[in-house]
Write a protein that binds this ligand. Structure first.
Ligand code: OGA
Ligand code: NI
Length: 337
């Protein structure tokens, strides 16, 4: 098994060569201003105003933080405790989930397991599907003992919240009610737990490289340790942790369906020298064979489609290669006039 950072980093005093980014991709030493941050939206508000706020944030930033979202403080914290406990387990407990096969459902990976990747990222990751729950639960870890119970409740609640946000976006875009039901959301939700251990020199590495999320919508529980940065007008903006908030971001499929109206913003993760960071991303996911294209009602002669029609499965194949090579994965889908 490729080495898990979560089991080796405490004995490392220098950054191994293979994790050192080329100078132009390093996070650098300059401080990213955290006063300038992404919009905060209170879900417990007037529906029409809420739609306006979500649309504005999704167009300008592609990111917002959601508070008063209805998932309890206790569950937000519990899931973080269990996630940390998983990465604190001895290596023998974790390695049964390790796989280089992307088709294995519950999969632990390290960024060092891709032969074609030139530089490794300072992150361990566990991911698994969670919808429908009964079909997936049996593949999840049984240790920590509360893993299935806590992630079971959490994934059901987060999925419902995600569908609620998509409902508001659907109305905000003026699409027919229920547009996002079916293949765009019904098939799957993926939980992806990121663990970024402390690093001897955080100026040389990235936890995650600059990327956009390829699915429909992401809801991130980032706990209380900073590290996420979003690209806005060519500047990196730090996403300050807010207690019990979700960081929500528009994914590539929503940018395409909205014909470029909503923005799937690039983001990256920087790491720390003294504290480990654990985050839980929930991705609302299209099914493989669903056809993605700009919504018919959003295109016209005056507003022609910007993207070609393709299946999600075809997109994901090129996405992985393009992201590793630092290329824009939406580029090959653009229709040139
Ligand atoms: C991701 C991601 C951000 C973070 O998992 O795609 O961007 O802060 N995570 O962990
Ligand atoms: Ni991401």
């Amino acid at each position: 098994m490729a080495q898990l950072l979560s089991n080796t980093c405490s004995i490392q005093s220098v950054v191994p060569e293979s994790y050192i980014m080329p100078p132009e991709r390093r996070p650098g030493q300059h401080v990213v201003p955290s006063c300038n941050t992404i919009p905060v939206i209170d879900l417990d508000g007037n529906r029409n105003e809420l739609i306006q706020e979500i649309m504005k944030a999704s167009q300008e930033y592609g990111f917002f933080q959601l508070i008063n979202h209805g998932v309890s403080e206790e569950l937000m914290k519990d899931v973080m405790v269990v996630a940390k406990e998983f990465f604190d387990l001895p290596v023998e407990e974790k390695e049964r989930f390790y796989s280089e096969d992307p088709n294995q459902t519950c999969r632990l990976k390290t960024s060092a397991d891709f032969a074609k990747e030139k530089v490794h990222f300072w992150r361990d990751n566990l991911r698994h599907p969670c919808h429908p729950l009964e079909e997936n639960l049996q593949q999840w870890p049984e240790n920590p003992a509360r893993y299935r119970e806590v992630f079971g409740s959490y994934s059901v609640e987060v999925r419902n919240l995600g569908l609620q946000i998509l409902d508001l976006i659907c109305e905000g875009l003026g699409l027919e009610p229920g547009y996002f039901e079916g293949g765009l959301t019904q098939s799957q939700m993926m939980i992806s737990i990121n663990h970024y251990p402390p690093c001897p020199d955080p100026t040389l590495v990235l936890g995650l490289p600059k990327h956009g999320d390829p699915y429909t919508l992401t809801l991130l529980n980032q706990g209380d340790v900073p590290g996420l940065q979003v690209l806005k007008d060519e500047q990196w903006v730090a996403v300050k942790p807010l207690p019990n908030a979700f960081v929500v971001n528009i994914n590539h499929m929503l940018q395409i369906i909205s014909n470029g109206k909503l923005k799937s913003a690039d983001h990256r993760v920087v790491v720390s020298s003294n504290v480990a960071r654990t985050t839980i991303a929930s991705f609302i996911h299209p099914s493989k064979d669903v056809l993605i294209e700009p919504a018919k009602s959003l295109v016209s002669e005056a507003n022609p489609p910007l993207y070609k029609c393709f299946t999600f499965e075809d997109f994901i194949r090129t996405y992985i290669i393009d992201t590793h090579e630092g290329k824009d994965p939406l580029e090959c889908l653009m229709i040139r006039s």
